[in-house]
Design a protein around this ligand. Structure first.
Ligand SMILES: [Zn+2]
Ligand SMILES: [Zn+2]
Length: 91
């Protein structure tokens, strides 16, 4: 594996770049605007979902983020269960 490739894999989360769609403040993705009768739908640029600026308000990114967060939680809980079980057994 080349050095640059490894660097790309271990790339830390960059502030200001959506980790799911890769959009930035200067290059936001556009979301469907709110449609109202008689008013043409204007696409809205996305904004940041939180202060860390790693997830934008694109519904697809929010859904992806939710899945990642719940997977993280499940993993943590599973690890905790294993840890507890081990402790119980060693006693
Ligand atoms: Zn995004
Ligand atoms: Zn976006």
């Amino acid at each position: 594996m080349s050095r640059t490739k490894r660097g790309a894999l271990m790339r830390p989360l960059r502030r200001g770049v959506c980790r799911y769609c890769g959009c930035t403040q200067n290059n936001p993705c556009f979301l469907a605007g709110i449609s109202m009768p008689g008013v043409p739908v204007v696409p809205l640029p996305c904004s940041w979902r939180d202060k860390s600026q790693a997830v934008c308000t694109n519904p697809r990114c929010i859904t992806a983020h939710r899945a990642v967060v719940s997977a993280h939680k499940a993993t943590r809980q599973a690890r905790l269960q294993i840890f507890k079980a081990r402790r119980r057994r060693s006693r």
